[in-house]
Write a new protein. Sequence first.
Length: 99
Amino acid sequence: MQSGHEFVFTADGKPVGPPSRTLQEFVSSLGSVSSAVLDGHARRGDFSRWIADGFHDHPLAADVSKVEQRYRLGYVESLRGELVKTIRDRYEVEFELVL
């Protein structure tokens, strides 16, 4: 990933926690940010856009975009869980979500 393409969780435009440079760092950070922060990013489509722009993994970005859309429609009970599952399924690796 190129420098400057890190994912930065924000609340009211201010960074919350360290930037995520890898998908593993991203998944680890999911457990430490508030639901309100996740909600804002999901509603704007930030997660899928970051994956498409930063990693150029368009199949994963499309799958994450579907999670974001289902979340906006109220069909996703655990946004954290769905994001972790989607990333894990794409790369067939276990990421630990620290809560």
